[in-house]
Design a protein around this ligand. Sequence first.
Ligand code: C2E
Ligand code: MG
Ligand code: MG
Ligand code: MG
Length: 276
Amino acid sequence: NSKKHGKNTYSFYSTHFDSFSKYRLSMRTSLRRALRNQEFYLEYQPKFSLADKKMVGVEALIRWDNNDQPMSPSEFIAEAESNGMIIPISQWVLEQVCRDIAQWKCDGNCCCPVSINVTPRYFQHGNLVDDLQSLIDKYGICSSCIEIEITEQAFISDIDNAVARLQAINDMGIKISIDDFGTGYSSFNYLMKLPVQKLKIDNSFIRSLEESEIQHSLVAEIIKIAHIFGLSVIAEGVENENIMDLLTSYDCDQAQGFWLSMPVPASQFFQEYLAA
Ligand code: C2E
Ligand code: MG
Ligand code: MG
Ligand code: MG
Protein backbone atom coordinates (compact mmCIF):
# COMPACT_ATOMS: atom_id res chain seq x y z
CA ASN A 1 0.00 0.00 0.00
CA SER A 2 2.69 2.46 1.01
CA LYS A 3 4.66 1.34 -2.02
CA LYS A 4 1.72 2.17 -4.24
CA HIS A 5 1.34 5.55 -2.56
CA GLY A 6 5.04 6.23 -3.14
CA LYS A 7 4.72 5.34 -6.77
CA ASN A 8 1.74 7.62 -7.24
CA THR A 9 3.57 10.45 -5.56
CA TYR A 10 6.53 9.88 -7.81
CA SER A 11 4.43 9.81 -10.93
CA PHE A 12 2.62 12.99 -9.83
CA TYR A 13 5.88 14.91 -9.54
CA SER A 14 7.23 13.32 -12.66
CA THR A 15 4.18 14.36 -14.68
CA HIS A 16 4.33 17.81 -13.17
CA PHE A 17 7.98 18.16 -14.06
CA ASP A 18 7.40 16.87 -17.57
CA SER A 19 4.65 19.34 -18.34
CA PHE A 20 6.75 22.16 -16.92
CA SER A 21 9.82 21.30 -18.95
CA LYS A 22 7.65 20.62 -22.01
CA TYR A 23 6.26 24.13 -21.70
CA ARG A 24 9.76 25.55 -21.42
CA LEU A 25 10.95 23.60 -24.42
CA SER A 26 7.93 24.50 -26.54
CA MET A 27 8.35 28.17 -25.62
CA ARG A 28 11.92 28.11 -26.88
CA THR A 29 10.80 26.46 -30.10
CA SER A 30 7.95 28.97 -30.51
CA LEU A 31 10.22 31.95 -29.89
CA ARG A 32 12.79 30.68 -32.36
CA ARG A 33 10.06 30.14 -34.97
CA ALA A 34 8.59 33.57 -34.22
CA LEU A 35 11.95 35.15 -34.93
CA ARG A 36 12.33 33.19 -38.18
CA ASN A 37 8.76 33.95 -39.34
CA GLN A 38 9.00 37.62 -38.44
CA GLU A 39 6.17 37.50 -35.91
CA PHE A 40 7.79 40.19 -33.75
CA TYR A 41 7.28 43.87 -34.33
CA LEU A 42 7.91 47.04 -32.39
CA GLU A 43 5.68 49.71 -30.96
CA TYR A 44 6.95 53.11 -29.95
CA GLN A 45 5.78 55.07 -26.92
CA PRO A 46 6.81 58.75 -26.84
CA LYS A 47 8.27 60.48 -23.78
CA PHE A 48 7.48 64.10 -23.02
CA SER A 49 9.26 66.91 -21.26
CA LEU A 50 7.06 68.11 -18.40
CA ALA A 51 8.36 71.68 -18.60
CA ASP A 52 7.16 72.34 -22.15
CA LYS A 53 5.16 69.19 -23.05
CA LYS A 54 7.41 68.50 -26.05
CA MET A 55 8.20 64.99 -27.23
CA VAL A 56 11.80 64.34 -26.20
CA GLY A 57 12.35 60.65 -26.81
CA VAL A 58 10.61 57.34 -27.37
CA GLU A 59 10.75 53.79 -26.01
CA ALA A 60 10.76 50.77 -28.31
CA LEU A 61 8.49 47.97 -27.01
CA ILE A 62 8.40 44.51 -28.57
CA ARG A 63 5.14 42.82 -29.59
CA TRP A 64 4.49 39.23 -30.62
CA ASP A 65 1.89 38.69 -33.29
CA ASN A 66 1.02 35.06 -32.53
CA ASN A 67 -2.66 35.15 -33.38
CA ASP A 68 -3.67 31.97 -31.57
CA GLN A 69 -2.38 32.90 -28.12
CA PRO A 70 -1.54 36.53 -27.43
CA MET A 71 1.26 36.92 -24.90
CA SER A 72 2.56 40.02 -23.15
CA PRO A 73 6.22 41.00 -23.53
CA SER A 74 6.68 40.74 -19.76
CA GLU A 75 5.82 37.07 -20.08
CA PHE A 76 7.73 36.01 -23.20
CA ILE A 77 10.76 38.20 -22.47
CA ALA A 78 11.05 36.56 -19.03
CA GLU A 79 10.81 33.16 -20.73
CA ALA A 80 13.42 34.16 -23.34
CA GLU A 81 15.65 35.42 -20.54
CA SER A 82 15.73 31.96 -18.99
CA ASN A 83 15.97 29.89 -22.18
CA GLY A 84 18.69 31.84 -23.94
CA MET A 85 16.50 33.20 -26.76
CA ILE A 86 16.89 36.67 -25.25
CA ILE A 87 20.19 37.16 -27.09
CA PRO A 88 18.87 36.75 -30.66
CA ILE A 89 15.60 38.51 -29.75
CA SER A 90 17.48 41.49 -28.26
CA GLN A 91 19.66 41.64 -31.35
CA TRP A 92 16.55 41.65 -33.52
CA VAL A 93 15.08 44.56 -31.49
CA LEU A 94 18.34 46.47 -31.75
CA GLU A 95 18.54 45.98 -35.50
CA GLN A 96 14.89 46.89 -36.08
CA VAL A 97 15.32 50.07 -34.04
CA CYS A 98 18.43 51.04 -36.05
CA ARG A 99 16.57 50.29 -39.29
CA ASP A 100 13.64 52.48 -38.20
CA ILE A 101 15.93 55.34 -37.11
CA ALA A 102 17.75 55.20 -40.46
CA GLN A 103 14.41 55.23 -42.28
CA TRP A 104 13.14 58.23 -40.31
CA LYS A 105 16.33 60.10 -41.08
CA CYS A 106 16.21 59.19 -44.75
CA ASP A 107 12.95 61.07 -44.94
CA GLY A 108 14.84 64.20 -43.96
CA ASN A 109 13.53 64.38 -40.40
CA CYS A 110 15.62 64.77 -37.32
CA CYS A 111 15.19 61.90 -34.96
CA CYS A 112 14.71 61.74 -31.22
CA PRO A 113 16.54 59.20 -29.04
CA VAL A 114 14.99 55.74 -29.07
CA SER A 115 15.43 53.74 -25.88
CA ILE A 116 15.86 50.00 -25.95
CA ASN A 117 15.20 47.67 -23.01
CA VAL A 118 18.15 45.47 -22.14
CA THR A 119 17.73 42.46 -19.83
CA PRO A 120 20.37 41.36 -17.29
CA ARG A 121 21.36 38.34 -19.37
CA TYR A 122 21.98 40.27 -22.57
CA PHE A 123 23.81 42.93 -20.58
CA GLN A 124 26.02 40.42 -18.78
CA HIS A 125 26.51 37.66 -21.33
CA GLY A 126 25.75 39.11 -24.73
CA ASN A 127 27.89 41.33 -26.91
CA LEU A 128 25.81 44.42 -26.28
CA VAL A 129 28.64 46.89 -26.85
CA ASP A 130 29.85 45.22 -30.07
CA ASP A 131 26.28 44.70 -31.31
CA LEU A 132 25.51 48.39 -30.75
CA GLN A 133 28.65 49.53 -32.55
CA SER A 134 28.25 47.28 -35.56
CA LEU A 135 24.57 48.12 -36.07
CA ILE A 136 25.19 51.86 -35.66
CA ASP A 137 27.89 51.55 -38.35
CA LYS A 138 25.75 49.32 -40.60
CA TYR A 139 22.82 51.74 -40.64
CA GLY A 140 24.90 54.89 -40.55
CA ILE A 141 22.99 56.42 -37.63
CA CYS A 142 24.43 58.53 -34.84
CA SER A 143 24.92 56.78 -31.52
CA SER A 144 23.10 59.54 -29.62
CA CYS A 145 19.90 58.37 -31.38
CA ILE A 146 19.97 55.30 -29.12
CA GLU A 147 19.54 54.99 -25.36
CA ILE A 148 19.53 51.97 -23.08
CA GLU A 149 17.05 51.08 -20.32
CA ILE A 150 18.29 48.56 -17.82
CA THR A 151 17.01 47.29 -14.48
CA GLU A 152 18.96 47.12 -11.24
CA GLN A 153 19.13 43.29 -11.35
CA ALA A 154 21.76 43.65 -14.06
CA PHE A 155 24.24 45.19 -11.63
CA ILE A 156 23.94 43.51 -8.27
CA SER A 157 25.94 40.36 -9.02
CA ASP A 158 29.07 42.07 -10.34
CA ILE A 159 29.09 45.80 -9.92
CA ASP A 160 32.67 46.40 -11.13
CA ASN A 161 32.04 44.57 -14.37
CA ALA A 162 28.74 46.41 -14.78
CA VAL A 163 30.40 49.78 -14.32
CA ALA A 164 32.98 48.93 -17.01
CA ARG A 165 30.25 47.89 -19.46
CA LEU A 166 28.10 50.93 -18.73
CA GLN A 167 31.14 53.15 -19.16
CA ALA A 168 31.90 51.58 -22.55
CA ILE A 169 28.31 52.27 -23.65
CA ASN A 170 28.52 55.85 -22.35
CA ASP A 171 31.81 56.34 -24.19
CA MET A 172 29.99 55.55 -27.44
CA GLY A 173 27.69 58.49 -26.73
CA ILE A 174 24.75 56.35 -25.57
CA LYS A 175 22.81 57.39 -22.47
CA ILE A 176 21.58 54.91 -19.88
CA SER A 177 18.43 54.87 -17.74
CA ILE A 178 17.67 52.71 -14.72
CA ASP A 179 14.27 51.20 -15.53
CA ASP A 180 11.59 50.23 -12.98
CA PHE A 181 13.37 52.22 -10.26
CA GLY A 182 11.91 51.55 -6.82
CA THR A 183 11.15 47.87 -7.39
CA GLY A 184 14.69 46.55 -6.91
CA TYR A 185 17.36 47.47 -4.41
CA SER A 186 17.03 51.16 -5.18
CA SER A 187 20.13 52.08 -3.24
CA PHE A 188 21.42 55.54 -3.96
CA ASN A 189 24.72 54.33 -2.56
CA TYR A 190 25.54 52.15 -5.54
CA LEU A 191 23.71 54.39 -7.98
CA MET A 192 26.37 56.93 -7.17
CA LYS A 193 28.99 54.56 -8.61
CA LEU A 194 27.13 53.89 -11.85
CA PRO A 195 27.68 55.90 -15.01
CA VAL A 196 23.95 56.36 -15.68
CA GLN A 197 22.06 59.52 -16.62
CA LYS A 198 18.42 58.85 -15.88
CA LEU A 199 16.08 57.24 -13.38
CA LYS A 200 12.81 55.85 -14.57
CA ILE A 201 10.40 55.62 -11.62
CA ASP A 202 8.38 52.41 -11.88
CA ASN A 203 4.76 52.80 -12.88
CA SER A 204 3.55 51.08 -9.70
CA PHE A 205 4.59 54.23 -7.78
CA ILE A 206 3.17 56.58 -10.36
CA ARG A 207 -0.22 54.91 -10.71
CA SER A 208 -0.72 54.95 -6.93
CA LEU A 209 0.40 58.56 -6.63
CA GLU A 210 -3.09 59.81 -5.92
CA GLU A 211 -3.71 57.26 -3.17
CA SER A 212 -1.88 58.80 -0.23
CA GLU A 213 0.33 61.57 1.11
CA ILE A 214 3.04 58.99 1.71
CA GLN A 215 3.11 58.11 -2.00
CA HIS A 216 3.37 61.83 -2.81
CA SER A 217 6.31 62.33 -0.47
CA LEU A 218 8.05 59.18 -1.62
CA VAL A 219 8.00 60.15 -5.29
CA ALA A 220 8.85 63.78 -4.53
CA GLU A 221 11.87 62.68 -2.44
CA ILE A 222 13.11 60.22 -5.08
CA ILE A 223 13.05 63.07 -7.61
CA LYS A 224 14.89 65.43 -5.23
CA ILE A 225 17.61 62.93 -4.39
CA ALA A 226 18.04 61.91 -8.05
CA HIS A 227 18.57 65.57 -8.92
CA ILE A 228 21.18 65.91 -6.18
CA PHE A 229 23.02 63.04 -7.88
CA GLY A 230 22.73 64.83 -11.21
CA LEU A 231 20.29 62.32 -12.65
CA SER A 232 17.29 63.30 -14.70
CA VAL A 233 13.98 61.64 -13.79
CA ILE A 234 11.23 60.16 -15.93
CA ALA A 235 7.94 58.83 -14.61
CA GLU A 236 6.37 55.87 -16.40
CA GLY A 237 2.67 54.93 -16.28
CA VAL A 238 1.15 58.42 -16.27
CA GLU A 239 -2.54 57.67 -16.75
CA ASN A 240 -4.24 61.01 -16.07
CA GLU A 241 -3.73 64.74 -16.00
CA ASN A 242 -3.79 65.04 -12.23
CA ILE A 243 -0.79 62.71 -11.95
CA MET A 244 1.02 64.69 -14.60
CA ASP A 245 0.37 67.95 -12.72
CA LEU A 246 1.62 66.41 -9.47
CA LEU A 247 4.81 65.25 -11.18
CA THR A 248 5.32 68.69 -12.69
CA SER A 249 5.00 70.24 -9.23
CA TYR A 250 7.68 67.82 -7.94
CA ASP A 251 10.02 69.02 -10.65
CA CYS A 252 10.03 65.66 -12.47
CA ASP A 253 11.76 66.05 -15.85
CA GLN A 254 9.87 63.74 -18.18
CA ALA A 255 6.76 61.59 -18.36
CA GLN A 256 5.49 58.63 -20.33
CA GLY A 257 2.12 56.93 -20.13
CA PHE A 258 -1.25 56.09 -21.66
CA TRP A 259 -2.61 59.57 -20.88
CA LEU A 260 0.11 61.15 -23.00
CA SER A 261 0.28 58.49 -25.68
CA MET A 262 -0.23 54.75 -26.02
CA PRO A 263 2.58 52.73 -27.60
CA VAL A 264 1.91 52.89 -31.37
CA PRO A 265 3.29 51.10 -34.46
CA ALA A 266 6.41 52.61 -36.05
CA SER A 267 4.58 54.10 -39.03
CA GLN A 268 2.03 55.82 -36.79
CA PHE A 269 4.74 57.18 -34.52
CA PHE A 270 6.53 58.58 -37.54
CA GLN A 271 3.35 60.14 -38.95
CA GLU A 272 2.24 61.71 -35.68
CA TYR A 273 5.53 62.89 -34.23
CA LEU A 274 8.27 63.05 -36.84
CA ALA A 275 6.73 63.84 -40.22
CA ALA A 276 6.40 67.60 -40.21
P1 C2E B 1 9.01 48.51 -19.19
O1 C2E B 1 10.29 48.65 -19.93
O2 C2E B 1 8.96 49.03 -17.81
O3 C2E B 1 7.93 49.19 -20.13
C1 C2E B 1 6.83 49.92 -19.65
C2 C2E B 1 5.55 49.13 -19.78
O4 C2E B 1 4.47 49.93 -19.28
C3 C2E B 1 5.16 48.79 -21.21
O5 C2E B 1 4.50 47.54 -21.16
C4 C2E B 1 4.18 49.88 -21.57
O6 C2E B 1 3.29 49.55 -22.61
C5 C2E B 1 3.44 50.03 -20.25
N1 C2E B 1 2.82 51.34 -20.08
C6 C2E B 1 3.11 52.51 -20.68
N2 C2E B 1 2.32 53.51 -20.24
C7 C2E B 1 1.49 52.97 -19.32
C8 C2E B 1 0.42 53.48 -18.50
O7 C2E B 1 0.07 54.67 -18.53
N3 C2E B 1 -0.20 52.60 -17.68
C9 C2E B 1 0.15 51.28 -17.62
N4 C2E B 1 -0.52 50.48 -16.81
N5 C2E B 1 1.15 50.76 -18.37
C10 C2E B 1 1.81 51.58 -19.21
P2 C2E B 1 4.78 46.38 -22.21
O8 C2E B 1 4.97 46.96 -23.57
O9 C2E B 1 3.73 45.34 -22.00
O10 C2E B 1 6.18 45.81 -21.75
C11 C2E B 1 6.33 45.22 -20.50
C12 C2E B 1 7.77 44.94 -20.19
O11 C2E B 1 8.33 43.99 -21.11
C13 C2E B 1 8.66 46.17 -20.31
O12 C2E B 1 8.56 46.96 -19.14
C14 C2E B 1 10.02 45.53 -20.49
O13 C2E B 1 10.53 45.11 -19.26
C15 C2E B 1 9.68 44.30 -21.32
N6 C2E B 1 9.93 44.63 -22.74
C16 C2E B 1 9.11 45.20 -23.65
N7 C2E B 1 9.73 45.32 -24.85
C17 C2E B 1 10.97 44.83 -24.69
C18 C2E B 1 12.10 44.67 -25.57
O14 C2E B 1 12.11 45.04 -26.75
N8 C2E B 1 13.22 44.07 -25.04
C19 C2E B 1 13.27 43.68 -23.73
N9 C2E B 1 14.41 43.12 -23.30
N10 C2E B 1 12.24 43.82 -22.88
C20 C2E B 1 11.10 44.39 -23.36
MG1 MG C 1 11.57 50.23 -20.26
MG1 MG D 1 9.92 50.56 -16.95
MG1 MG E 1 7.98 48.90 -15.47
